[in-house]
Design a protein around this ligand. Structure first.
Ligand code: NAD
Length: 467
């Protein structure tokens, strides 16, 4: 297999977009380079008493905004090049959706399936300790979040360790994606998938694009194949199904399943939880080589596993008319160019999977303000709306039931506010990059990079670095 240098790939995309801007080379080089990267090597004791050296990395790509922000992944593919590439993507993604962070990313080179829960806890707590010691974590320094192979549990261990060794007023803001009980926010777990749904829905509302692709406007009846049935893949599939799509294929590391009539996503999740695999799901055809799922006939393909899954070797076999990039870097630049020739619409990762960091931003704001969204105004809003409805009722003679009043005068909960902020962010950013796409006659990915470069360059400009 050809080894694809991920950071080089991201930089090729960056250089292509930079060609559509007029910024000096020196400034573009500064935006592009990864500012800091740290390699941690530390011992942990396994349950059998043996000692193992663990390798981990944290990259802070850009300090034009602080803190830096980005997930921590647990995977055997983690290396210095990968974290730098992912940190760079975070810088551009945050800029695209106007989230005021620099890009960061971390990873631990382990196969989490081979470690017990107590071993994973020791690894995570020791990593946090190392990051504190080296000043690579803190609510105003660098704020990790879940990514491939990590979730709420790891974030809970991180916040607990951080608070015990670096307590401060805002220490809960040292990490996002935490359980709600530890300062997390409602809606974070599903945020990336929900954001992907909003982004794909917005793309399918563009009449000109749908006409060019020979598709109807809207999501209704569109067939979808998803690669990866973890956090991002499952939630994307769930929201797309709820939005009217038919999920016809799901791929996992140990095989894929296909059913042109549709796969019930909740039933599949239940099956995966009970049996530890999706491959034995009844009523669907099993595909042994899961990579072949990418080549299935469908309207929308959502790669939501790992990078470089669509490459020059399989790009010409992809049949989907829309590729919604849920994973980071799933398409190499060579594959992107092959696919683009067929006029396929690629909705790029550095926009489409930004829902996670957007809601992480809300969680961080909640941690700094020490108050749950909606706590101060929900009842006030509810009472005002109730009064208004009662006055209208008096004036119009129309009698509303208690139930109607309750529904109509419903004040916004934290989840409502989070979802509304996320929806607004994804729609606004789509329209911004779509305008650049039309203005410069370029594809959506290049437009997203142009948008990010413009926004970061303006900040350097205001700082006086770029006269
Ligand atoms: P996850 O660990 O929850 O899920 C990944 C899934 O992919 C797992 O179920 C795994 O078994 C499966 N997988 C692994 N190899 C595969 C293969 N060859 N074919 C098919 N499936 C395979 O991770 P996640 O959080 O869902 O992250 C997935 C991708 O989305 C990553 O690229 C990540 O960087 C990106 N992402 C995640 C978030 C987030 O909030 N979690 C945010 C933005 C981007």
């Amino acid at each position: 297999m050809v080894h694809i240098k991920f950071f080089e790939q991201v930089n090729k995309y960056f250089d292509r977009a930079a060609g559509y801007t007029k910024f000096p080379k020196g400034l573009l080089d500064q935006i592009k380079i990864c500012n800091t990267v740290c390699h941690f090597a530390f011992p942990i004791q396994k349950d059998d008493g043996s000692i193992e050296t663990i390798h981990a990395w944290r990259a802070e790509h850009s300090f034009h905004k602080l803190p830096t922000k980005g997930g921590i992944r647990y995977s055997m593919e983690v290396n210095e090049d990968e974290v730098q590439a992912l940190a760079a993507l975070m810088t551009y993604k945050c800029a695209v959706v106007d989230v005021p962070f620099g890009g960061g990313k971390g990873g631990v080179r382990i196969d989490r399936k081979k470690y017990s829960q107590t071993e994973l806890e020791r690894i995570t707590r020791r990593l946090t300790f190392e990051m504190v010691k080296k000043n690579f974590i803190g609510p105003d320094i660098d704020v990790p979040a879940p990514d491939y192979g990590t979730g709420e549990q790891e974030m809970a261990w991180i916040v607990d360790t951080y608070k015990s060794i670096a307590p401060s007023l805002n220490s809960e803001g040292c990490v996002t994606g935490k359980p709600v009980e530890l300062g997390g926010i409602r809606g974070r777990t599903e945020a990336t998938g929900r954001g992907i749904f909003f982004g794909i829905r917005e793309a399918c509302e563009q009449k000109d694009d749908m006409k060019r692709l020979g598709m109807n406007v809207g999501l209704d009846g569109k067939t979808v194949v998803v690669q990866g049935f973890g956090n991002v893949g499952y939630h994307s599939a769930k929201f797309l199904e709820e939005g009217g799509c038919v999920i016809t294929g799901i791929a996992e590391w140990d095989g894929a399943i296909h059913n042109p009539k549709g796969i019930n996503i909740e039933a599949l999740k239940k099956h995966q939880q009970e049996h530890g695999t999706i491959t034995t799901f009844p009523g669907a055809t099993f595909i042994k080589d899961s990579k072949l799922a990418l080549e299935l006939e469908c309207d929308i393909l959502v790669p939501a596993a790992l990078e470089s899954q669509i490459h020059e070797g399989n790009a010409h076999k992809i049949k989907a008319k829309i590729i919604g990039e849920g994973a980071n870097g799933p398409t190499t630049i060579e594959a992107h160019d092959i696919i683009k020739k067929r006029e396929t619409l690629i909705i790029p990762d550095n926009y489409l999977n930004a829902g996670g960091v957007t809601v992480s931003y809300f969680e961080w704001l909640k941690n700094l303000s020490h108050v749950r969204f909606g706590r101060m105004d929900r009842r006030f809003e509810e009472n005002s709306a109730k009064q208004l409805l009662l006055s209208i009722q008096d004036l119009t003679d129309r009698k509303l039931s208690e139930d109607d009043i309750k529904k109509l005068a419903h004040g916004a909960t934290e989840q409502d506010i989070v979802d509304s902020g996320l929806e607004d962010t994804m729609i606004t950013a789509y329209n911004q990059i779509n305008d650049i796409k039309n203005e410069l006659n370029i594809d959506l990915r290049t437009a997203a990079f142009v948008s990010a470069i413009r926004k970061v360059a303006v900040i350097y400009n205001k700082m006086g670095i770029f006269p």
